[in-house]
Design a protein around this ligand. Structure first.
Ligand code: URA
Length: 424
């Protein structure tokens, strides 16, 4: 067997066998297969697809490429959560403590920002002193003691994905449903949770631009979950506009705190209650409505926020020292009307350019900078009303670039729903 035969076979749209996929993953990791050959096969997969069987084989080989986290010492059901990537998505920071306040454990490994999308670990590191690296013993101990720990993905989990992702990022081969499904599910399965919740973002700020492709991705991940004996729940949610108002690390932490106090933006609050509700319904086997009411109660009585404080304290963070930007610029509407769209992708890029994300792997993040929307899609604004605030330190921003992200029209607009579909 040679890698050239395998590439040729995928070029002819034929199904690869388990042995061929295993040969590919092993050869990529021991470097007997060159990066250009890996990239060539990736492009053939993007163009010609993979059957569900091939995707299962690929996922299994990726899982087996590294360490599998054994969470058997954690008592009780463990939930993991993943978002396919969006702008302003601070859900993990709120959902984890909320679930933990109801006895549902979250032993979570998260990633950093990718492209225009933010990452949970960068957000947590905006909290001065927060330690994202715990030993396995301390990780498990913390989950058993307070019900939650959020740490950075260990270098040894699914090394095949690390390598494949880095190549996909620079060879135009990210947008393939089987490659995305195997990348996400291999990491989630290797991380050891029993119930996996996945928020598949759909729209202009997301990887999946339309509902049909998002549905295909969700169904494939559910099938992979079944094969590995995991419960997978997927939401398809709107990422045509940013989630909530804040984009940028410390600003998003502050918004997450507001949500934990029950005073966050309506879309984030709605999403949190729906996600937490369905998880509590599934894990505690109670009616969905009852589960949602319980989630609201835990926010309103302060227990969810108290759990967040416990999490931050346990990982040595200091919430009194959230960084603040030196300058605040208010961007105002140039015309009167209804906001028809807010370009999440472009706002994510602008946040990245002013320092909230990285342009190269080596860049350091400015945790204080970012954007906070004053208005959302559907709102009525008058000329001169504030659309958003920009929080800046060293880097500047062009107001025209921000204004170009807003479409304002004379007539009332129909606001799309936040949750398009729930699949399980
Ligand atoms: N997130 C991942 O972890 N992998 C992908 O391929 C896409 C999004």
């Amino acid at each position: 067997m040679t890698i050239i035969d395998i590439i040729e076979k995928k070029k002819r749209k034929e199904e690869l066998s388990l042995e061929e996929i295993s040969f590919f993953i092993k050869g990529m990791l021991d470097k007997s297969i060159a990066d250009y050959q890996v990239s060539s096969l990736l492009m053939a997969i993007v163009l010609n697809g993979m059957t569900d069987k091939e995707t299962m084989y690929l996922t299994k080989q990726m899982i087996d490429s590294g360490q599998i986290i054994d969470l058997s010492e954690v008592k009780g059901p463990i939930v993991d959560k993943h978002s396919t990537g969006g702008v302003g998505d601070k859900v993990t920071l709120i959902l984890g403590p909320l679930l933990a306040s109801m006895g549902i454990k979250m032993a979570k490994m998260s990633g950093r920002g990718l492209g225009h999308t933010g990452g949970t670990i960068d957000k947590l590191e905006a909290i001065s002193g927060y330690n994202v690296e715990l030993t396995r013993e301390n990780f498990i101990k913390q989950v058993n003691e307070i019900g939650i720990a959020i740490i950075s993905q260990s270098g040894n989990i699914v090394p095949a994905d690390k390598k494949l992702y880095a190549l996909r990022d620079v060879t135009g081969t990210v947008d393939s449903i089987p490659l995305i499904a195997s990348s996400i599910m291999s990491k989630k399965i290797a991380s050891g949770a029993d119930v996996i919740f996945i928020d598949v973002k759909v729209g202009n700020g997301a990887l999946m631009k339309d509902i049909e492709s998002a549905k295909k991705l969700a169904n494939l991940m559910i099938e992979i979950g079944k094969y590995f004996n995991k419960t997978v729940i997927c939401f398809l949610t709107n990422m045509d506009e940013p989630l909530g108002c804040a984009i940028g690390n410390a600003l998003e932490v502050q918004e997450a705190i507001d949500c934990l106090h029950g005073i966050g933006p309506l879309d984030v609050m709605e999403l949190i209650i729906k996600i937490a509700g369905i998880i509590v319904h599934k894990v505690n086997k109670i009616e969905l409505e009852e589960a949602e009411t319980l989630c609201l109660k835990k926010i309103n009585n302060g227990e969810a926020y108290e759990k967040f404080v416990q999490l931050v304290n346990a990982q040595h963070g200091d919430l009194t020292k959230l960084p603040k930007a030196e300058h605040v610029v208010s961007v105002k509407a140039l015309q009167t009307g209804y906001i028809k769209s807010i370009n999440a992708l472009q706002l994510g890029e602008i946040a990245r350019l002013i320092g909230a994300g990285r342009l190269t792997k080596e860049d350091t993040i400015d945790y204080a900078v970012g954007l906070v929307l004053t208005h959302k899609v559907g709102d009525y604004v008058e000329k001169g009303d504030e659309l958003l605030k920009v929080y800046l330190n060293k880097k500047d921003v062009k107001t025209e670039d921000i204004l170009a992200c807003f479409e304002i029209v004379p007539n009332k607009v129909h606001k799309k729903s936040l949750i398009y579909e729930i699949l399980k």
